[in-house]
Design a binder for this molecule. Structure first.
Ligand code: FAD
Length: 436
C-alpha cells in the first residue's frame, strides 16, 4: 500500500514522518512554493503562519498536557520545537525558520517523497490511502472537490465562534433554565441583566479593542454574521433586538422578563461546556474576559475557548467522517489537521499523529482504535467527531473536554494537575495494552 498525504503543514508533516519511519511508502504533495496560500510565506513544511508560540508546557495547562501526550507518541513538531526553542517563560516559543527547516529535513530524511504540486482531485487506487491535511487555507480547486465529497452544507469557509465556558463555572444562583415562551425542554441557561448591568456591558463592548481584520476575512464575515461588538456599535439598544432580547424569558425568581438576557447553549454531549449565544466576536482575548465578567452569572466563568471570526476551511466532521477521521463511505480517504475542526498548531499536529497511528495499524492488518476519553487526544478527537445540535465548532485543547474527576478537588490548579496525571497514566496504559 502507498500513502499519499496532501498538504505539508503541521498535520501533514506529522502524518508523513510517523508513517515513513514505520516503513510505509509515503508521498507528500505540498503546493508551496509553486503555489502559495494567502497566509504562508515560505516553501518550508510546517510553516507557522502567525505567532511563533506553541503555547504552554505546564501540566496545569491543557496545551501542556496535549504536548506531553504527543511526546509519548513521538512528534516531529515537538522534536523540532525543542531544537528551535527561544526563551519565553513557560511557553514553548520557537525561531520559526529554524523550526520549519528542521521539520522539512526530518520529514525528507525519513524517506518521504515530497512532491511540490497542487492536488485538485483525489481518487485512490486500490493500493492507496490518501490523507487530506490542507488546513484552513485549502486551495480553491481542492475545496471544490472536497465539497463534491461532503456536500455544500458540510463544508465551512469561516469560523464564527462565540466564547465557550465550563458549566461548573456558571453562577446558577444568578441564572435560570428555560426556553423562550417555555417552548422546548428548558435547555438554555439564561443570564438575566438589569438595565444598569446591560449598559455597562454595552459600553465595554463599544470601547473594547478588536483584532485587526485581514481583507480576505472581511467580505466573508460580514456577509454571514455580525460580531457582537459591531452590533453594539449600531446603537445602545441594538443587542436588545438581537441576542440579548428578553422576550418570552421569564425569570422564575421575579416572575418577570428581565431587561436583557444572555443565553448559554450546551456545546458538547456531556453538558460540561456552554457557549454564549450570539457572542461571536473579534475582540482580543483579554477584552473578552473583561466583557464576559460583566454578565452577572458569568462573573467567575472559566473560558475554555475564546470567540473568533476568521477565514477557515473545515468540514462538518461528525457528519462526514467516522471516529478515525476516515471519510464515511470512502474507506481510503482520511482527513487530518485543522480541516477536521481542531484549531491551533499543536492540535493540528496532534490530529496528524492520531490519523497516522491508525493508518499504520490498518496497514499492518490491525483494527483502528480510539484513544481513551480521559486523555486530551481522546477528548479532542471525540469532541470533533460527536454530533451535537449546534453543529461542530472548531476547538482547541481545554480541560473542559475531559470527563470530570470522581472526587471533587477544590483548587483549580490541583484539579488540572490531577486531570493531567490521570490522562498521562491512561495513555500509557492504553499504549501498553496495544503493545505499542
Ligand atoms: C491567518 C491565520 C493565523 C493563525 N495563527 C495561529 C496562531 O497564532 N497560533 C496557532 O496555534 N494557530 C494559528 N492558526 C491556526 C493554524 O494555521 C493552524 O492551526 C495550523 O497551521 C493548521 O495546521 P494544518 O496542518 O492543518 O494546516 P497548515 O499548516 O495550513 O498546512 C496545510 C498545507 O496544505 C497546503 N495545501 C493547501 N491546499 C493544497 C493543495 N490543494 N495541494 C497541495 N497542498 C495544499 C498548504 O500550502 C499548507 O502547507 C492560524 C491560522 C490562520 C489561517
Amino acid at each position: 500500500m502507498r500513502v499519499h498525504v496532501v498538504g505539508g503543514g503541521l498535520a501533514g508533516s506529522e502524518v508523513s514522518r510517523y508513517l515513513a519511519s514505520r516503513g510505509h511508502e509515503v508521498i507528500l504533495h505540498e503546493m508551496r512554493p509553486v503555489k502559495m496560500t494567502e497566509v504562508h510565506r515560505t516553501g518550508f513544511l510546517a510553516e507557522l503562519v502567525c505567532s511563533n508560540s506553541l503555547k504552554s508546557e505546564s501540566l496545569s495547562n491543557a496545551e501542556g498536557l496535549l504536548k506531553a501526550e504527543m511526546r509519548i507518541l513521538g512528534s516531529v513538531v515537538l522534536e523540532c520545537a525543542d531544537k528551535a526553542r527561544i526563551p519565553a517563560g513557560r511557553a514553548l516559543a520557537v525561531d520559526r525558520e529554524i523550526f520549519s527547516r528542521c521539520v522539512t529535513e526530518i520529514v525528507e530524511d525519513a524517506g518521504v517523497k515530497v512532491v511540490r504540486e497542487e492536488v485538485s482531485e483525489i481518487a485512490p487506487a486500490d493500493d492507496e490511502i490518501w490523507i487530506v491535511s490542507t488546513g484552513p487555507a485549502t486551495s480553491e480547486s481542492l475545496t471544490k472537490f472536497i465539497e463534491s465529497l461532503t456536500g455544500y452544507e458540510d463544508l465551512y469557509f469561516f469560523d464564527a465562534v462565540a466564547p465557550i465556558v465550563t458549566r461548573d463555572s456558571i453562577d446558577m444562583n444568578k441564572a435560570f433554565l428555560g426556553d423562550r415562551y417555555g417552548r422546548g425542554r428548558g435547555d438554555y441557561i439564561n443570564c438575566p441583566m438589569s438595565e444598569e448591568e446591560y449598559e455597562k456591558l454595552w459600553k465595554a463592548l463599544v470601547e473594547a479593542e478588536t483584532i485587526p481584520m485581514e481583507d480576505f476575512d472581511r467580505k466573508l464575515l460580514f456577509e454571514r454574521c455580525m460580531p457582537i461588538e459591531e452590533m453594539a456599535k449600531n446603537g445602545k439598544k441594538a443587542m436588545l433586538f438581537g441576542p440579548l432580547k428578553p422576550v418570552g424569558l421569564v425569570d422564575p425568581r421575579s416572575g418577570k422578563e428581565p431587561y436583557a438576557v444572555v443565553q448559554l447553549r450546551q456545546d458538547n454531549k456531556d453538558g460540561t461546556l456552554y457557549n454564549v449565544v450570539g457572542f461571536q466576536t473579534r475582540l482580543k482575548w483579554k477584552e473578552q474576559s473583561k466583557v464576559l465578567k460583566l454578565i452577572p452569572c458569568l462573573k467567575n466563568a472559566e473560558i475554555v475557548r475564546y470567540g473568533v471570526m476568521h477565514r477557515n476551511t473545515y468540514i462538518n466532521s461528525p457528519r462526514v467522517l467516522d471516529v478515525f477521521m476516515r471519510l464515511k463511505g470512502g474507506n481510503r480517504i482520511f482527513f487530518a489537521g485543522q480541516i477536521t475542526g481542531v484549531e491551533g498548531y499543536v492540535e493540528s499536529a496532534m490530529s496528524g499523529l492520531y490519523v497516522a497511528f491508525n493508518v499504520d495499524r490498518i496497514l499492518r492488518g490491525l483494527e483502528p482504535v480510539r484513544f481513551p476519553r480521559d486523555t486530551m487526544i481522546g477528548a479532542l478527537t471525540h469532541y470533533i467527531t460527536e454530533e451535537v445540535k449546534a453543529g461542530l465548532r472548531p476547538m482547541y485543547a481545554n480541560f473542559g473536554l475531559l470527563p470530570t474527576l470522581s472526587n471533587r478537588v477544590k483548587s483549580k490548579l490541583e484539579r488540572r494537575k490531577t486531570l493531567s496525571e490521570r490522562a498521562l497514566e491512561s495513555l500509557k496504559d492504553f499504549l501498553k495494552s496495544l503493545k505499542w
